[in-house]
Ligand binder design. Structure first.
Ligand SMILES: Cc1ncc(COP(=O)(O)O)c(C=O)c1O
Length: 406
């Protein structure tokens, strides 16, 4: 890996050669949807299926014992990455499954009719729908924290809204549309002050900022591996030990049991209790390799790098009259925008002709689109492999869109 060791705010990272899926001249600006994979991750996955493959936790033969050690070492890597302990790390399919797990197994067993759940306007559908499902089942109500004028979750409004009936708060650490970053520490203190438990959706944060769950003070933290340069199909639920210990299983099957009989089954302790069936073994190895990769660069540097690119893009976009740039000035790695008289899909299609890949649509955040007064937005999101050339390619494409649409 080539990492330029210089002032992170002024010198780009120079790691594009680590990413075989990014050919020269292609500006990949859709990392918020899914990140491209560095060679180190692809190699870890290949090794996992090639020379090293075996099941975990069951085999009495050496290869399986070795794979079990590697799988559990991956759990240790994840735990160190977020400053947790391995017994608090549950491997899941992704953030969506992690939120569903907490919704069903925690909220579904502790909330009662009349209780309330607090979400925010900018949440991804994954952090809305699972709560609606459980709220309907138990008879709870959902409240929604509005945004500030600069499009962050309004924590002052949240402080005014919170009541003892609020048992669960679920908020995004970084918005997948606006890039706005939550003050998780303050949000956690506010939630705890009324006795609520708080889950943080860290999907867009873990690849962009250092995350320390103890320092953040939240109760659950979730993320997906594929947005962190790791494989799809693997993600993480971190939960405070005492919360996980008290939660019933989410799914039943092999591995998650202590003893099974037709009369009575007892369950394994957390985190095994929540990992029914043969896990995504190689996915966990790939995720650990991805974590090693970003840590070798340094999350502080990645954050500075992406923030600098977003600042460049926002400034250039703001110079085009027909463009409305969304989100706060310091948004983390993500910039959404709208162009007067042009559908975001047309922006995306025209940019694709110039080899610039952005996302256009509602970004699985339809309530946020409604609050912003738009059907959809165009979104450019940055990763470690992007540089000023990609911002220049984006802007050349946007100027072409402006010319085409007059
Ligand atoms: C903020 C946020 N939360 C949750 C998700 C869901 O992640 P996944 O589809 O990997 O489960 C996403 C993915 O776009 C996201 O950006």
């Amino acid at each position: 890996m080539t990492v330029v060791t210089a002032d992170p705010a002024t010198r780009p990272l120079d790691v594009v050669a680590d990413f075989p899926a990014i050919p020269a001249g292609w500006a990949y600006l859709d990392t918020a949807a899914t990140a491209q994979k560095p060679r180190a991750v692809i190699d870890a996955i290949t090794r996992g299926y090639d020379t090293d493959y075996a099941t975990v936790h069951r085999g009495v033969y050496q290869r399986s014992a070795d794979m079990t050690l590697a799988y559990e070492a991956a759990r240790d890597t994840v735990a160190r990455f977020v400053n947790a302990t391995a017994d608090e790390i549950v491997f899941v399919r992704g953030a969506t499954e992690a939120i569903n797990l907490v919704a069903q197994s925690f909220a579904g067993t502790t909330l009662n009719a009349g209780d309330r759940i607090l979400l925010s306007t900018l949440e991804h559908h994954s952090n809305i729908v699972p709560w609606q499902m459980v709220a309907e089942r138990v008879g709870a109500a959902i409240d929604v924290v509005p945004l500030t004028a600069d499009q962050r979750i309004d924590l002052d409004a949240m402080a005014r809204m919170l009541r003892p009936e609020h048992k669960l708060v679920a908020l995004a650490h970084v918005s997948n549309v606006l890039g706005s970053t939550l003050d998780v520490r303050r949000a956690s203190e506010l939630a705890h002050a009324v006795g609520a438990t708080i889950l943080i959706d860290g999907c867009q944060a873990v690849a962009r900022l250092p995350v320390d769950v103890r320092a953040l003070g939240c109760d659950f933290y979730v993320f997906s591996g594929h947005k962190l340069y790791g494989p799809t199909g693997i993600g993480v639920l971190w939960g405070r030990r005492e919360l996980l210990d008290a939660m019933p299983p989410y799914q039943g099957g092999g591995s998650m049991i202590d003893r099974v009989s037709f009369e009575r089954t007892t369950y394994a302790p957390a985190p095994t209790r929540f990992e029914a069936g043969t896990p995504h073994i190689v996915g966990a190895l790939g995720l650990a390799a991805a974590i090693d990769y970003v840590q070798a660069i340094g999350l502080e540097r990645i954050h500075a790098h992406e923030t600098a690119l977003v600042a460049q893009a926002r400034e250039a976009l703001a110079r085009i009259n027909s463009v409305r740039v969304l989100g706060p000035a310091d948004s983390a790695g993500i910039v959404s925008f709208a162009m007067e008289g042009v559908h975001p899909h047309d922006i995306g299609t025209i940019l694709d002709e110039s080899k610039v890949a952005i996302r256009a649509g509602h970004h699985c955040a339809q309530p946020l689109m409604a609050a912003l007064g738009v059907e959809a937005t165009a979104r450019a999101s940055f990763g470690v492999y992007n540089g000023p050339d990609d911002v220049a390619a984006l802007m050349a494409g946007i100027e072409r869109v402006a010319r085409i649409f007059g």
